[in-house]
Design a protein around this ligand. Structure first.
Ligand SMILES: Cc1cc2nc3c(=O)[nH]c(=O)nc-3n(C[C@H](O)[C@H](O)[C@H](O)COP(=O)(O)OP(=O)(O)OC[C@H]3O[C@@H](n4cnc5c(N)ncnc54)[C@H](O)[C@@H]3O)c2cc1C
Ligand code: SF4
Length: 439
């Protein structure tokens, strides 16, 4: 008998006043009891709309049915058969626009909390040893594939291929794998330990990851083929920051959201003590930068967002959390000029869409987006680009203009989502398998 309560089981959270003083995860996760109760809200629809809304076609009712029975191991195995990174997706996927946005229970009440159940299931697995299901180990098939970049696109492609028996080497420019899951999305939304556990599990399946190795600076794509790799997947992301292109952008006191997010924990609690911070931008990156500034001690954080607050291109849940923490949104505004004080440091921002048009500020954070780095396009002859500077690749197969080279994720589309990058990595893995087996 389904639980017909209209509302989702609430997600326990750290108190807003407490959590702005630390980088620990804001959302605390369901207990087993809450998870089973929430799972019982699922109607196990014969034609599940939630699955249609999931880019990876995760068998949602099947895994939720296992949770409802208290079979958390079975739930995990059902999830992991389709998704390599369930603990990540359960935390950061925009479920309100995907699976939960389509759930039938959402018509009269709140949808089933699919994301929270996915997170619960993956966390239960991690807390109970975190080993990969035995049937995921495949006999080596003697073929080698190189993957460039260890974000969700690269890791998913690598995970899929290794499960088919390929020898997969992932080359990563940074000193730690994970891409934006490790260096973008802040720890208070996605703890580093969760990403590390997912990576360790992929390594235990046989994925080799070589860090501090930038393809294009060290070996080129062509040199990887010379070394015996039969196919290359490019999942190099969109690491080139966009600028505001307004006067004053180079003043001391102006920093990029990427720098702030990457260095936040090493900067420490007092790095912005007492500061008035203005953030320009309104996506996930801007929200994360604003909430990070609060955790670094900022006294006042205002976000200049081009959209109304109800229509921000960021996760709804996170917008509410940011408001509860004390972030102020200035909707439908944009920065026009950054002004310096007598000491040459940032002192104010002139904006459009509001009177008075001058905001006093000690720090301005630029969070207006990012595009793909052209390094691999420049160093790989015959690799075509898109009009927006990404690597041109077929949306369904990941095939590029170079035979044997596949691409997907932000490197192709510009900044998207974790799940869109994973979906691209998974499709490309299937194409690579077909390509190598058909040679
Ligand atoms: C602050 C922020 C918050 C976000 N919040 C969310 C969210 O809540 N939900 C969501 O779904 N998405 C979110 N996103 C977007 C999401 O993180 C990205 O869409 C996703 O990570 C893209 O995956 P990817 O694998 O294509 O690229 P990335 O994650 O960027 O990984 C690419 C990797 O390739 C490496 N690399 C680049 N060039 C080379 C080279 N030449 N050789 C070797 N390695 C190379 C990079 O160092 C990087 O590690 C957020 C992004 C940011 C910046
Ligand atoms: S649409 Fe909602 S109720 Fe139906 S199977 Fe999916 S999660 Fe369950």
């Amino acid at each position: 008998m389904a639980n017909m309560r209209m509302d989702k089981n609430p997600m326990p959270e750290q108190d807003p006043k407490v959590r702005t003083g630390n980088f620990d995860e804001t959302a605390l996760g369901y207990t087993a009891e809450a998870a089973v109760d929430e799972a019982k809200r699922c109607l196990n629809c014969r034609e599940p709309r939630c699955v249609e809304g999931c880019p990876m076609s995760v068998p949602i009712p099947a895994f939720i049915a296992r949770v409802a029975e208290g079979d958390f191991k079975g739930a995990y195995e059902t999830l992991f058969a389709v998704s390599n990174l369930p603990a990540v997706c359960g935390r950061v996927c925009p479920q309100e626009a995907l699976c939960e946005g389509r759930c039938i229970r959402g018509i009269k009440g709140e949808p089933v909390a699919i994301g929270r159940l996915e997170r619960f299931t993956a966390d239960w697995h991690i807390q109970n040893g975190g080993a990969s299901p035995d049937d995921e180990y495949a006999e080596p098939n003697g073929h080698r594939v190189a993957v460039i970049g260890s974000g969700p696109a690269g890791l998913t492609c690598a995970g899929e291929l290794v499960r088919l028996g390929y020898e997969v080497t992932v080359y990563e420019a940074m000193d730690r794998p994970g891409g934006l899951m490790m260096f973008g999305i802040p720890a208070f939304r996605l703890p580093r330990s969760v990403v590390e556990m997912e990576i360790v599990r992929l390594e235990s399946l046989g994925v080799e990851i070589i860090t501090e190795s930038t393809v294009g600076k060290m070996d080129s794509v062509d040199e990887l083929f010379e070394q015996g790799f039969e196919a290359v997947f490019i999942g190099s992301g969109a690491g080139m920051l966009q600028k505001l292109d307004i006067p004053g952008e180079d003043l001391p006191g102006v920093l990029s959201a990427k720098d702030l997010l990457m260095r936040a924990e090493e900067l420490g609690r007092d790095a912005m003590a007492g500061k008035r911070v203005v953030v320009a931008g309104d996506g996930d990156m801007a929200l994360d930068a604003a909430r990070t500034a609060l955790r670094l001690g900022a006294e006042d954080v205002r976000v200049l967002c081009g959209h109304p607050v109800d229509d921000l291109p960021a996760r709804r849940e996170e917008v509410h959390r940011a408001l509860a923490e004390g972030v102020t949104f200035l909707p439908e505004t944009a920065p026009l000029e950054i002004l310096a004080g007598e000491d040459g440091h940032v002192s104010a921002v002139r904006i459009s869409g509001r009177e008075p048009d001058l905001l006093e500020a000690d720090t301005v954070v630029v969070a207006v987006g990012a595009g793909p780095d052209p390094l691999l396009l420049h160093t790989t002859p015959g690799l075509d680009s898109t009009a927006t500077g990404g690597i041109a690749a077929d949306a369904a197969t990941g095939a590029t203009s170079r035979v044997g080279v596949f691409a997907g994720g932000d490197a192709v589309t510009g900044v998207g989502t974790v799940i869109s990058a994973m979906t691209a990595g998974k499709s490309a893995a299937a194409s690579i398998h077909k390509y190598i087996q058909g040679k």
